[in-house]
Design a protein around this ligand. Structure first.
Ligand SMILES: [Zn+2]
Length: 272
């Protein structure tokens, strides 16, 4: 599932269309992505508008159009955004195609877990739901203090599970949560209530670090992260810990419904 950096990568795919006018909107009316807003309303709402810009917030994307129209997109599991110039013929999984004066902005999602919203605001400001999202992990509002308060609300929740909570860590998904625990050498299953104040602050700092690293490596060009990250070793059984001097076989197991990967040698709880 796309996490913060993959979402940022896809957001930028539509950038070549900034400044152009939407001349025609093609939709698949039956597609599940139109469960919140019917396809005809999307066609009517975006036709003739100018695409002005976009931003991401965790796993959410918001595209601004002229006259206060805002298209919200969530990629779900398999969604992606593509820009096509020339004679592109939409395929079955292209649920939304915005034909513009410079090319086609395509939202493609073959499993249809993605989601789409359209708001029109009078004051030119982003819609309320967007403004009410919690601070991003790299925003000034994601403070050490607010983070500590958030963690202490869930003392029984395993750290890894907590890191997936979008109310506290927008955009953090499975691989980033594993990466954060691994770099901190903290077991993913440790209950949040067992973390010392110092460890909680270390989680805050590492969340920001991994967010920055992910955006730098994946957010622009989707490069492969370096060998020294857990990232390259966590996807299938038989991976080995890339930490210098370790090399232990990694463990992959279910933790509260999500496959979790960790190093049984580096990630030992201090209490054990
Ligand atoms: Zn290790």
């Amino acid at each position: 599932m796309p996490e913060l950096a993959e979402v940022e990568y896809f957001r930028k795919r539509w950038n070549p269309g900034i400044g152009s006018t939407v001349t025609r909107v093609l939709t698949h009316p039956a597609a599940r992505i139109y469960r919140d807003i019917p396809a005809p309303a999307v066609r009517k709402g975006l036709s003739g508008r100018i695409f002005l810009g976009s931003s991401t917030h965790g796993k959410q994307m918001l595209f601004e159009f002229s006259d206060g129209a805002w298209l919200g997109l969530h990629l779900g599991m398999t969604g992606k955004l593509i820009f096509e110039s020339g004679n592109y013929e939409p395929v079955k999984s292209d649920h939304l195609v915005l034909e513009t004066t410079t090319g086609k902005l395509v939202f493609s999602d073959y499993r249809m877990f993605g989601k789409l919203t359209l708001d029109v605001t009078d004051d030119g400001e982003a819609p309320d739901w967007w403004q009410q999202l919690p601070p991003r992990t790299l925003d000034r509002g994601f403070t050490k203090k607010a983070h500590r308060t958030f963690v202490r609300r869930f003392p029984k929740t395993p750290l890894k599970t907590l890191l997936l909570d979008q109310r506290g860590y927008p955009g953090i998904g499975n691989w980033m949560a594993d990466e954060i625990c691994w770099r901190l050498q903290i077991p993913p299953s440790i209950r949040s209530g067992e973390l010392s104040g110092e460890q909680i602050d270390a989680v805050w700092k590492m969340t920001r670090q991994v967010s920055r690293d992910a955006l730098r490596v994946i957010g622009d060009d989707w490069n492969t992260p370096p060998h020294s990250w857990l990232f390259n070793h966590r996807w299938k059984d038989g991976g080995f810990c890339p930490r210098r001097g370790c090399g232990e076989e990694l463990v992959r197991a279910d933790l509260r419904g999500r496959t979790t990967c960790w190093c049984p040698r580096c990630q030992i709880s201090p209490a054990n």
